[in-house]
Design a protein around this ligand. Structure first.
Ligand code: NAD
Length: 492
């Protein structure tokens, strides 16, 4: 699908609790379409009582529905059916996702929806593969660990890839036998409600997958602190992650997975093969989803001898992008999620220019006659490691450029005081690439590429203040299990 009529999309609102949509709340939030700023629906805000209702439903379903106790292969079969229903629902899900988010519908159809379904299939395959292990003990004892679900998992998701991010949170939790209460971002609350409906159709017992709507300060905080929430998994900003970690500590020392922000370097050496291709890669890594990607390659570190050439090729690659609504055909540069976020990008760039940066291209909002908050792909040169645009996670299509002459200089520039989410190294020298793989303080290092493949076994997660724990891979599954140690004396 590469276009749709935004006025024709049917939007259901509410929380999803115990298998039904519940459109109740003491207050409501208006939700706007990023593509044109039009408020198209509202969503109820779950205050503590509604969060309690959702968590109690989840807890009851965890104890009574048998989800944690059925044969793991049966749980896997239901999850595979869930994934198949999601994939078959593209015609409904894709416009719903694109309408309220920054994801062009063509990308949602071709990538987000299939990737969401495949993530659920991937974790379904784990359901009967991790059960614990038998320990090496003396012959008079039998020692083992038994993998058990936590119970109720509180999951909180961001707005930048609403379906995919939600699937990374719910899939391992459900496959491991937990019940889930998910809070999506208040800016993109609707598409996950469709997932919840499909979960019921697939045979997941009512109450095992619930959705509560609302903001972070009220709903998110109440969810994290609920005494029956035994594990928290969060994707979002480093600021909110720190608040959530504190809330987890204060409300039961709960284990927490945190997938947080980044300011990821792209290090290009003069020997990097095929400079045009490198330029396209760098351009794609900062303009994909208009830079609203946790692993956006937002800091270009380039060997001085090729800097001018590479920067001009990146700027050239930017010219191929077409700003447009998520429902318009041919959109390759989507909008910024909100007016407030676009204003934040604008002010960071303005302050950085006042500090001495130079806008090589872009540096401002798109034409004011275009509805929606579009920001031009921007390259800032003349920056230092102290410039605000180099330090702050901008979450927009803004690339800063710094040059180096030696490997040591490149490594020093690559190291960010706070973030360590991802890094790219582009070089033909294998030894150098491996030296950087070892030396970079980063949860992911890509060599001569930038971005994930569809290999779910490779986990994602940050070093430093970019997070704790991993999503995806075996680690993402085991994070939703706790391990009981058993020791049996066989002489009795
Ligand atoms: P955000 O932190 O503002 O919000 C994320 C979610 O947390 C929302 O649902 C929000 O309502 C909720 N929230 C906010 N404060 C909370 C609190 N105190 N308690 C409980 N819940 C709270 O982030 P965002 O603007 O939605 O998303 C963008 C951020 O997410 C960026 O920093 C980006 O790097 C990060 N992100 C990280 C990854 C990753 O895998 N590391 C992936 C995607 C996005």
């Amino acid at each position: 699908m590469d276009q749709f009529d935004p006025g024709a999309v049917v939007v259901k609102s509410g929380h999803f609790i115990g298998g039904s949509l519940v459109d109740e709340g003491a207050s409501h939030l208006d939700v706007a379409r990023p593509s044109d700023g039009v408020a198209y629906a509202s969503v109820p805000v779950a205050h503590a009582q509604m969060v309690d209702r959702a968590v109690e439903n989840a807890s009851h379903a965890f104890r009574e529905s048998g989800w944690a106790r059925i044969a793991p292969r049966e749980r896997a079969r239901i999850l595979r059916r869930f994934a198949d229903l999601i994939a078959a629902d593209t015609a409904t899900l894709a416009p719903l996702e694109a309408l309220g988010s920054t994801r062009p519908v063509r990308d949602v159809s071709a990538w987000d929806v299939p990737f969401t379904a495949e993530g659920i299939r991937f974790y379904a395959e784990f359901a009967d593969k991790v059960g614990g292990e038998v320990a090496a003990t003396d012959h008079d004892h039998l020692g083992m660990t038994i993998a058990e679900p936590y119970g109720v998992v509180g999951a909180i998701a961001p707005w930048n890839f609403p379906l995919v991010m939600a699937s990374w949170k719910i899939a391992p939790a459900l496959a491991a036998g937990n019940a889930v209460v998910l809070k999506p971002s208040e800016m993109t609350p609707f598409s996950v409600l469709r997932l919840a409906e499909l979960a019921i159709e697939a045979g997941i017992p009512p109450g095992i997958f619930n959705v509560v709507q609302g903001d972070g300060a009220n709903t998110g905080d109440a969810l994290v602190r609920h005494p029956r929430v035994a594990k928290v998994t969060f994707t979002g900003s480093t600021r909110a992650g720190a608040a959530i970690m504190a809330a987890c500590a204060q409300s039961g020392t709960k284990p927490v997975t945190l997938e947080l922000g980044g300011k990821s370097p792209q290090i290009v050496f003069a020997d990097a093969p095929r400079l045009d291709e490198v330029a396209r890669r760098i351009a794609g890594a900062i303009t994909g989803n208009a830079g609203q990607v946790c692993v956006a390659g937002s800091r270009l570190l380039v060997e001085r001898t090729i800097a001018d050439d590479l920067v001009s090729r990146i700027a050239q690659a930017f010219t191929a992008l077409r700003a447009g609504a998520t429902w318009a055909p041919g959109t390759t540069l989507p909008p910024i999620i909100s007016e407030a976020q676009a204003a934040r990008i604008e002010s960071i760039v303005e302050r950085s220019v006042a500090e001495g940066a130079r806008a090589y291209c872009g540096g401002r909002r798109a034409d004011a006659s275009v509805p929606g908050a579009f920001y031009q792909p921007t390259i800032l040169t003349g920056v230092t490691s102290e410039t605000e645009a180099v330090r702050a996670e901008i979450f927009g299509p803004v690339l800063t450029v710094q040059t180096f002459e030696t490997e040591e200089e490149a490594l020093a520039l690559a190291s960010h005081p706070d973030y360590g989410l991802a890094a790219g190294v582009h070089t033909a020298d294998l030894g150098r690439a491996l030296r950087f793989v070892r030396a970079l303080e980063s949860g992911t290092v890509w060599v001569n590429r930038y971005g994930r493949t569809s290999d779910f076994m490779i986990p994602t997660g940050g070093y430093k203040r970019s997070g704790i724990g991993k999503d995806l891979g075996r680690q993402g599954y085991e994070a939703h299990l706790r391990f009981k140690s058993v020791l049996i004396d066989t002489r009795i």
